[in-house]
Design a protein around this ligand. Structure first.
Ligand code: ADP
Ligand code: ZN
Length: 204
């Protein structure tokens, strides 16, 4: 509990695939907190430097000033003790320390709003989001639109070939897909297009 206001804290998680509106929803909630005259601080991991070093930016170009950190372990050091609402974007890149940090902040009376990918490019749960979901007071799952068929999409389809868990990029490198259209790894079709034909061995 916040010893100054007597208010209890809590954890809110907004999760889903890329393009599902997580950043938009995070920005919306943080703007409302500011309207309510609450002190807000926003953090994002250094790995996401696609558009700006000091802003969180949605795919529809909504923006909000943020502080950049190397991981969750750095947040406490730059947190203003008066901050009432803590926003965190791209939480799946913040590292495992985010779980304890979120608990600690909520226990000390702060409203913690976390946005991140819930699954990776193979469709596997993306740490530390599952642990945060188990501890959160509120969970919102956002869905995108499948770029193949228009159904609600819960997957992030990677369109470029790479075995790395993290390949930072947006349009052109990833697209949203529904469970029926999702192909773990890169789409098989593209692999065939680049395969070289081998001559058939014939028995003589
Ligand atoms: P996230 O943070 O989940 O990646 P953003 O909040 O950055 O999502 O962007 C959401 C916006 O992306 C939507 O409002 C829409 O304008 C745009 N968009 C682009 N592709 C899609 C898609 N396949 N499904 C839904 N929205 C999309
Ligand atoms: Zn689909």
């Amino acid at each position: 509990m916040d010893i100054f206001t007597g208010h209890t804290g809590w954890i809110e998680v907004v999760c889903g695939p890329m393009f599902s509106g997580k950043s938009e929803e995070l920005i919306r909630r943080l703007r409302r907190a500011r309207i309510a005259r609450k002190r807000v601080q926003v953090f994002k991991p250094r790995i996401d430097i696609r558009y700006s070093h000091e802003e969180i930016v949605s795919h529809a170009d909504q923006r909000m000033a943020s502080e950049v950190v190397d991981g969750a372990q750095d947040i406490l050091g730059i947190l203003d003790w008066r901050t009432q609402v803590v926003g965190i974007d791209e939480a799946n890149f913040m590292g495992p320390a985010l779980v304890e940090l979120a608990e600690q902040l909520a226990d000390s009376g702060k409203q913690v709003i976390i946005a991140g990918l819930d699954t990776d490019y193979l469709g596997r749960p993306f740490p530390p989001i599952p642990d945060l979901l188990a501890r959160a007071e509120s969970i919102t799952k956002t869905l995108a639109i499948c770029m193949r068929c228009g159904n609600p999409a819960k997957h992030t389809q990677r369109l470029v070939e790479s075995e790395d868990l993290i390949v930072v990029g947006a349009t052109g490198m990833y697209e949203a897909r529904c469970r029926r259209c999702f192909e773990p790894g890169i789409p098989k079709q593209e692999r065939f297009e680049f395969a070289t034909a081998k001559p058939l061995r014939t028995e003589t």
